[in-house]
Design a protein around this ligand. Structure first.
Ligand code: KG4
Ligand code: ZN
Length: 355
């Protein structure tokens, strides 16, 4: 373990962490003091990416290069702190688009080196899981957590802030990926998730679609069958020249995709005897998912902690939140830190297999 700062007090009350995120199309920086968010800045290239129907890696990298310095500067100014007050710089080092990650990692290394601050390498997924701690001073593991992002879907048991048991995960597409692919079939713009949600408001879940695993499959998921069923439904209707309601397709897909997430999360809660549930990742911004989780948790008397919608999709506050967890453990990175396109789901730099 790298420990460059001999006098660093990792038990310090409410350290100030600067978080930097650039794994996909959002250039983000945020400052937290303890679990409290002081500032949260995002510059997104999503509008340009929408013209191409998805994220073009080279466009994302160039946009990060253009934005990163200004976004970090804004985050520090809006937090009302000085550079000197920052206790550590946390940056996403993986997983994500390599060129995009490299911009954030290079910037964070230069920034930490110039200001003589400790550097913390954050696994993006651990950031999504840590988002639940933001502005939640009392949340403590153990709890069951539902991770549903564009690249991952899994149910995990958080034994502590830094130890996770993966109970199940997707065997093929991630939930967010399925939303994005179905959106494309319906002619809706990227990013698909919010557009499916909007379109579904005018529809009803009246189209029968396959229920994943029909209650089996443990805590694993499979979205490719559901996605194919939606594509087949639309193509068959088009071939027969029959009209169909996009809103009904969006609503039916949304229910099918989300009901299974909620059901399996509740099954995991029962098996683990957990009393607290959290969720993270872009799909956790979905109102239907949030409502269904609330209903099921209320029925069972469970404590549900959902990050605000803007902290479910990619942001830097969650990277700072996970940075705080790593700060407490004394897990710091050195200047050899490199970006990684792919890392195991919950591994950190300091853990075996983390790099
Ligand atoms: O966590 P995230 O921002 O990035 C990754 O780490 O992947 O997740 C992005 C995914 C996209 O697939 C997007 O379509 C989906 O989250 N998403 C949503 C919603 N907002 C974003 N899916 C369903 N409903 C939403 N409101
Ligand atoms: Zn993400």
């Amino acid at each position: 373990m790298y420990q460059p700062f001999k006098n660093l007090d990792i038990t310090k009350k409410d350290p100030i962490i600067l978080g930097i995120e650039s794994s996909c199309d959002e250039t983000a920086a945020a400052v937290i003091r303890g679990r409290k968010i002081l500032s949260d800045e995002i510059a997104s290239s999503a509008k340009i990416q929408a013209l191409y129907g998805g994220v073009v890696p080279e466009i994302a990298s160039r946009a990060h290069t253009d934005e990163v310095a200004a976004v970090v500067d804004r985050a520090i100014k809006n937090a009302g702190i000085t550079y000197e007050e920052i206790d550590a710089v946390a940056v996403t080092y993986g997983a994500g688009l390599l060129g995009a990650l490299l911009v954030g990692v290079s910037f964070a290394k230069a920034f930490a080196y110039a200001l003589n601050k400790p550097l913390i390498a954050v696994n993006h997924i651990r950031g999504h899981l840590a988002a639940a701690y933001l502005d939640s001073p009392t949340l403590q593991p153990p709890f069951v957590t539902l991770l549903c992002s564009g690249g991952h879907t899994a149910i995990l048991y958080a034994k502590s802030e830094s130890e996770f048991e993966i109970l199940g995960s997707t065997l093929d597409d991630a939930a967010g990926e399925a939303f994005d692919k179905v959106a494309r079939v319906l002619g809706l713009q990227y990013p698909g998730g919010p557009n499916i949600e909007n379109c579904a408001k005018d529809g009803t879940p009246c189209i029968p679609l396959p229920k994943m695993f029909k209650g089996g499959g443990g805590y694993n998921f499979s979205y490719s069958g559901l996605k194919t069923a939606v594509i087949n439904y639309c193509h068959t209707k088009e071939q027969k020249g029959e009209p169909y309601s996009k809103a009904d397709v969006a609503s039916s897909f949304q229910c099918a995709a989300i009901d299974v997430l909620v059901q399996k999360t509740m099954d995991a809660v029962a098996e683990k005897g957990a009393t607290t549930v959290t969720a993270g990742g872009g799909v956790a911004a979905n109102t239907y998912l949030r409502t269904r989780l609330k209903e099921e948790c209320e029925k069972r008397g469970l404590h549900l902690v959902l990050p605000e919608k803007r902290y479910c999709t990619d942001n830097a506050s969650m990277i700072a939140a996970e940075g705080l967890v790593q700060f407490r453990l004394g897990n710091f990175a050195d200047m050899s830190l490199n970006a990684k396109a792919s890392i195991p789901l919950t591994k950190t730099l300091s853990e075996k297999g983390g790099v």
